[in-house]
Design a protein around this ligand. Structure first.
Ligand code: GRF
Length: 190
């Protein structure tokens, strides 16, 4: 069985990152290993979480987008990464970066795409009066939150939900959904 090498890009808390690392370590995703975690934010809590799990971490802080992306590319190539998982990575990647890793970049978004793209997806869902929201793992394309959908999970919106309570409920679903999505794409990429 081929072992797929994953690289995770983060900017903050890193809870999805942690669930992916644990799933690889605990044989829930037996055919993959997380080789590196890259953050564009030195203060990201996810960096501490990754280090606590003995994952190699890198901080890339450049103001210029192309320089930042070049640093990320150098790191990803040094590990021969097969799949790049964005997990709360708050930069929009350039078309050339996306083309370079064609079909190898995935992201998680806290809504049922194509609904509520962009920032504050949970707030958008609450405001809409919808009874359900959820999360989506999708391929990354130049159009933000618009690539092919790999997996979605539905979460109810309750009458007294706040943005925080809904975000918490969606986040729990995200952790499972991201792991299932990775298993799904790796199983079709043997
Ligand atoms: C998640 O809600 C994810 O859907 C969005 O950013 C958040 C990241 O959370 N893209 P975490 O850093 O994984 O805890």
């Amino acid at each position: 069985m081929k072992k797929h090498k994953l690289g995770i890009l983060i900017s903050g808390r890193g809870s999805n990152m942690e669930s992916i690392i644990l799933a690889c370590n605990n044989n829930i995703i037996p055919c993959a290993s997380v080789e590196c975690v890259i953050s564009n934010n030195a203060k990201a809590y996810g960096i501490e979480r990754a280090r606590a799990l003995s994952i190699k971490t890198f901080i890339v802080e450049k103001n210029q987008k192309l320089e930042l992306e070049q640093d990320i590319i150098t790191i990803l190539e040094s590990f021969s990464i097969d799949l790049i998982c964005l997990a709360g990575f708050m930069k929009v990647l350039s078309q050339s970066f996306i083309q370079k890793f064609h079909n190898k970049i995935i992201n998680i978004h806290p809504s049922l795409l194509p609904l509520f793209k962009g920032l504050n997806a949970q707030k958008q869902a609450l405001k809409s009066g919808a009874k359900f929201s959820g999360c989506t793992v999708h391929h990354v394309t130049a159009d933000v939150d618009s690539g092919d959908i790999i997996k979605r999970a539905i979460v109810p919106i309750l009458k007294n939900d706040t943005e925080e309570s809904l975000s918490d409920r969606i986040l729990k679903a995200e952790h499972k959904c991201y792991v299932k999505a990775i298993k799904k794409i790796l199983s079709t990429n043997q």
